[in-house]
Structure formats: structure tokens, C-alpha cells
Write a protein that binds this ligand. Structure first.
Ligand SMILES: Nc1ncnc2c1ncn2[C@@H]1O[C@H](COP(=O)(O)OP(=O)(O)OP(=O)(O)O)[C@@H](O)[C@H]1O
Length: 481
């Protein structure tokens, strides 16, 4: 019996020991578990805290981004408003100076003016070697009219600006520059050189002409004229606009004996040859030359190469005064197409109040019919930019820059021309006279402007109607007095 009790007691002791072991194992387990839970909880809490911090940072960032976006929008709106104001001010300034402006350039006395090769009389030799016209200030030219059998008369003529013989191509171009900004603002612009044969029209518009290759930039040839300089400037302005928003097409024509010749038309071998074209008025009242060749150009170099090709075909004949006289009017047209990004991207620049007739400008007209000291009023017309003629539906707006090197005017009686040359001279003088009529009609604000009286004025109709800038070139002789 006692051995049974002992066995039971032993079993109870072992069970106790097992229970004790189990208990301490359970304790250990629970301690581990608690520790792990604590760790996980800590990690979860840290992660939550991090997320909270990130959320806060995100929120701050979002608020800042929103603020920045708003101020960017405000700045952008202010920039657009300032841009509109700049356009208004710029174009008002251009208008205040006059939609039609006539500047006079006197060219220096050159060696060939007195060269013995000239078949001129002794009397003319004497007159040629003395300066008969000079600038008395930057708006006045004094001309000594000293004709055989007449008493010497000094006449003064006033222009918007007079350039003396010493003034550079740079100075002349500086006055043209603001018009190019207007061009990109949606106005058509016409810049032309008018004057007697040999007076420096081609030099002013293109630069010195050589038999060699065309000069391709102002760095290579500082004497470059208005045409290459204006093109460089147009491409410079375009480079500041969004890529692909503007493109430029070029046409080169000459008006010879009242006929229009396309100087960029190519034959089947790709060679350029002058093809006769006609000018018509479209149903929108614009001038257009059907089938005229337009070449797209990407930069001023490409443009000059094209113009150079066209120039090879231009009619030239020697006159008594000038061995390489251009006998045709050269019209280089840059058509700039602007992609309108939105309906209001070409919002009107003028309010009604602003478009009311502004300053009238007094000019002495310098064209043959008005040379007899007539004082004409050239009002500043409140012309609308070309874009206004487009409806909102249109996606593209076209503006034209027409650069014109007119044929030399000659006094038929004094130049001694005969035959073909006489015919050329008579056509040249008739078209210049038609140009004078058009400008007179615009100046007097007549309801009918006789653009169609000559192919030259018909061709230039759109640009003369907006901004017209004429450079009256003078050499030492002024035959038309
Ligand atoms: N401001 C100037 N400075 C230096 N040379 C000039 C200037 N103006 C003109 N010349 C030179 O005078 C000559 C005649 O000039 P240009 O060919 O430009 O005359 P034009 O008016 O175009 O003549 P035409 O009507 O007969 O073609 C050229 O040799 C030209 O280089």
C-alpha cells in the first residue's frame, strides 16, 4: 500500500514539475510574444507617424503648388495684358509717325559721277562735280537749282527724316525696324525705294551689288541693305514665338513694261526663268497673282539665296547716268502665316475710342506730280491690322511685307534715251505716276483709290493700304525740278 502511495506521490511530483515547466515555458512564450507585439506595434506606429508626416508634407506641397499655379496664372494674365498694351502702344506710335512715311536719303558723290567715261557735256560735268543737294538738318534738304539761263534758286524740302550722305545702312534700317514688329502684330507693310536712276535705290534696298555670290549675312557684309536686314529681323522675331506658330513664304517678281514676271518660276530642269503672270482682285478685295511661285524659307540665308536667283533675271540696261541700271520694279514679298492658337489670340488691339482718327501728319509729297511745293496732308489712317479681316473661324492669318526696289525714274528729255530704252522709261514713269496718284488718293482719303491703273500699284495694293514707308533716294542731280 505504502509503495502505491509512494508511486502516486512520485507521479504527482512529476506532474507538478511538468506543470512548472509548462508554466515557465508559457511565461517565456508570452514574454516573447509581448516583445514581438511591442516591436510590431512600434513599427506600425512609426509607419503611421511617417505617413502622417508625409501627408502633411504633401498637403503643404499641394497648397504651395496651388498658390504657385495661381500666381503663375496671374503673372501670365498680366503678361498677356502687358503684351496687348505693348502692341497697342507700339502700333499707336507707328501710326503717330504716320501710316505713310517718306524719308529722303542723299547718296555720296561717287568716283563714277565725274568719270571721264561719261558722255556728258562740260557743263554737266561741272554741275555733277558740285554738290547740289544736301541735308540742312535731319528733316530738311536744300537743293541748289542752277539751270543754264536761269537764276540760281535754293529750294528746301521737308521729309519725315533726311539722311545725309554720311549716314550708314544701319541708321536707315533703324527707322524701318519698328514696322517689322507691326508686321508680326498683323499689319501689312510696304517699304520701297524711289528715286532717279543711279541714286542708290538698289544699294539702299539690297546693298552693294557684285558679280560674285550673294552675301549671306550682316557679319559678312555690313553694307547690306533693307531687304536682307529686314528678313533677318523677321526671322529673329519669329524665333521668339512658339515653334511652328509662324512660317514664311517668299515670292520675287519684277514689273517690267507694266507686265508682271515671276522670277522664281522653274522650268522642268529646275532652272528659274521669268514667267509672265497677271494680278487680279479677289472677291475679298485683296490683290492676288494666280500661279505665282511661293517658296517656303526657314531662315534669312535661304531667303537671300532665292532672291539672288531671282535677281539674275532682272532687267538691267545701262543709262547715261548708271551702267547697271535696273529697268524694272523689283517686288520681294514675304508672306507670314501665323497659326492662331485660340479665337482670342488675335484679340483686337484697338477700342473704338482709340481707333478714332488721330494726329494728321503734314508732309511735302515727293512724287513727281506733287513736286511743285504742294503741301499735302497725309492723315494717319486708323487702319486695321490684316487679322481683323479674318473671321474668328479662320485658323491662319496672313500678313505681307512687300519690299520694293523701284526702277529708276528719268526725265525723258534730259537723259537722251531712244528706242527700247525710251519705251522702258515711258512705262517706268507712267507706273511711278500711277503710284503717285494712289498715294495722293490715300492722303486725301478719297473713296476710290486707283490701284488698278497700273500693275505695280495693283500688286502693292494690300501693303500700301496699311503701312507704307518710302525712301526717296537722291544723288547729286535732281532732274525732276
Ligand atoms: N549711300 C551710298 N554709299 C556708297 N555707294 C552708294 C550709295 N548709294 C549708292 N551707291 C552706289 O551708287 C551706284 C548706283 O546705286 P544703285 O545701283 O543703288 O542705284 P539705283 O538707284 O538702284 O539705280 P537704277 O535705278 O538705275 O537701277 C552703285 O554703284 C552703288 O553701289
Amino acid at each position: 500500500m505504502s509503495s502505491v502511495i509512494i508511486q502516486v506521490y512520485g507521479a504527482i511530483q512529476r506532474l507538478k514539475q511538468d506543470l512548472k515547466n509548462l508554466h515557465s515555458f508559457a511565461l517565456e512564450l508570452s514574454r516573447d510574444f509581448q516583445h514581438q507585439c511591442k516591436n510590431s506595434l512600434y513599427q506600425v506606429l512609426t509607419a503611421v507617424q511617417r505617413i502622417q508626416l508625409q501627408n502633411e508634407a504633401m498637403h503643404t506641397f499641394q497648397t504651395k503648388a496651388f498658390d504657385l499655379e495661381q500666381s503663375l496664372q496671374e503673372v501670365n494674365e498680366r503678361y498677356q495684358q502687358e503684351k496687348q498694351k505693348r502692341k497697342i502702344l507700339h502700333n499707336s506710335l507707328v501710326e503717330l509717325r504716320g501710316n505713310i512715311r517718306v524719308h529722303c536719303r542723299i547718296r555720296p558723290l561717287l568716283p563714277f559721277d565725274t568719270a571721264s567715261g561719261h558722255s556728258v557735256s562740260q557743263d554737266r560735268h561741272r554741275k555733277l562735280s558740285e554738290e547740289v543737294a544736301h541735308a540742312t538738318d535731319d528733316e530738311t534738304v536744300l537743293v541748289k537749282c542752277n539751270r543754264p539761263g536761269h537764276t540760281l534758286i535754293n529750294k528746301t524740302f521737308q521729309f519725315d527724316r533726311v539722311y545725309s550722305a554720311a549716314e550708314s545702312q544701319d541708321t536707315v534700317f533703324a527707322d524701318v525696324l519698328p514696322l517689322l514688329t507691326s508686321l508680326l502684330d498683323g499689319y501689312n507693310v510696304c517699304i520701297m525705294a524711289y528715286g532717279q536712276t543711279g541714286s542708290g535705290k538698289t544699294y539702299t534696298m539690297l546693298g552693294p551689288q557684285s558679280e560674285d555670290d550673294v552675301t549671306l549675312s550682316i557679319e559678312d557684309e555690313p553694307e547690306l541693305g533693307i531687304i536682307p536686314r529686314a528678313t533677318e529681323e523677321v526671322f529673329r522675331i519669329i524665333s521668339e514665338k512658339p515653334p511652328g506658330s509662324h512660317w514664311v513664304e517668299v515670292s520675287v517678281v519684277e514689273v517690267y513694261n507694266n507686265e508682271i514676271f515671276d522670277l522664281l518660276a522653274k522650268d522642268s530642269c529646275g532652272r528659274v526663268f521669268g514667267v509672265k503672270r497677271d494680278v487680279v482682285t479677289t472677291k475679298e478685295g485683296k490683290s492676288d497673282v494666280p500661279l505665282l511661285t511661293y517658296e517656303t524659307v526657314e531662315n534669312a540665308v535661304e531667303f537671300l539665296q532665292l532672291v539672288d536667283k531671282g535677281l539674275q533675271l532682272r532687267a538691267q540696261h545701262p543709262t547715261l547716268v548708271h551702267a547697271h541700271s535696273s529697268r524694272s520694279h523689283l517686288v520681294v514679298t514675304l508672306t507670314i502665316t501665323t497659326k492662331a492658337v485660340s479665337a482670342d489670340s488675335f484679340a483686337p488691339l484697338w477700342t473704338d475710342e482709340q481707333s478714332s482718327p488721330r494726329l494728321s501728319k503734314e508732309l511735302f509729297c515727293t512724287f513727281p506730280q506733287q513736286m511743285k511745293d504742294d503741301k499735302l496732308i497725309f492723315p494717319s489712317r486708323a487702319s486695321s491690322p490684316a487679322q481683323f479681316e479674318s473671321t474668328e473661324k479662320l485658323k491662319h492669318i496672313k500678313t505681307k511685307l512687300q519690299l520694293v526696289d523701284l526702277a529708276g525714274s528719268e526725265c525723258v528729255g534730259m537723259s537722251g534715251v531712244t528706242g527700247v530704252a525710251l519705251r522702258e522709261t515711258s512705262f517706268i514713269n507712267r507706273s511711278l505716276s500711277a503710284l503717285s496718284d494712289v498715294l495722293g488718293a490715300i492722303a486725301e482719303q478719297r473713296s476710290h483709290i486707283p490701284y488698278r491703273n497700273s500693275k505695280l500699284t495693283h500688286l502693292l495694293q494690300d501693303s500700301i493700304g496699311d503701312y507704307f514707308f518710302c525712301l526717296l533716294c537722291n544723288n547729286i542731280e535732281l532732274h525732276f525740278f
